[in-house]
Write a protein that binds this ligand. Sequence first.
Ligand code: G
Ligand code: G
Ligand code: MN
Ligand code: NA
Length: 250
Amino acid sequence: RQLELDLRAALSRGEFVVHYQPMIEVKSGKLSGFEALLRWEHPSRGLLMPMDFFDLAEEIGLLIPLGRWILEQACRDACSWPERLRVAVNVSASQLAHPRLHEMVENALAASQLAPTRLELEITENALLANIEAASATLLKLKVSGVAIVMDDFGTGYSSLGYLRAFPFDKVKIDKSFVRDLGPNAEGNVLISAISQLCARLGIGTTVEGIETAVQLAHIKEEACTEAQGYLFGEALPADGLAAFIRAHE
Ligand code: G
Ligand code: G
Ligand code: MN
Ligand code: NA
């Protein structure tokens, strides 16, 4: 399997890159930060997306070293942005289950000198479900460090609303599938409305993902959502393209 051999060597060959997708504060329309999204610059196949190689990476035990690298890279990159901007890093299920995740995060923060309050960790509800025991202790430790904890892809898994109270979430990202059927009287509307209100009352922020049109943005402006993300604002950009993007959004 050639792809497996390539993948095993990719980290040491420096073929992984992190791209950054903007997150926007709904009320002000201002840039609030970027989500780090992994890409693999494959020497012959071109730019590969996580879904092209994540399962294989998991199989060969690469997710832990790769996850550590992404954390370090994202913290380093974020240090060169204006201080008000945060960076969100996705945490895989195997990272969440790892007994030393807290230490890896602390190390990435220390090495980069990034303020912990500028780092958000995104955890999918399914990753959480798979690791409830280990996760609750780890999330509490991270929270104490000042890092923000975000539930990702909310609404796609099987977690109960009770988790919003049981775990120290600062923010919930409402999955983009809810946005697809946004419109007057549409079900997506009702759900986004209900989830954002519920979270607001619990003191939890909400990011709506997958905003692609001005009409969709107008809809969520009517709701209690705090942040938005999607192609309307921008797709993920390489780190060296961010300075211009940030300048254009000041
Ligand atoms: O833009 P994109 O195709 O990168 O994202 C596809 C999926 O891969 C998303 O669900 C996203 O959360 C996940 N993903 C992207 N980058 C990372 C990463 O660095 N770590 C983990 N665990 N997941 C990621
Ligand atoms: O971590 P998460 O599962 O949220 O990963 C984000 C994924 O969603 C990435 O694959 C990213 O490229 C994709 N994405 C980001 N914005 C949009 C959008 O506006 N529309 C669609 N269809 N996908 C998006
Ligand atoms: Mn995410
Ligand atoms: Na998501």
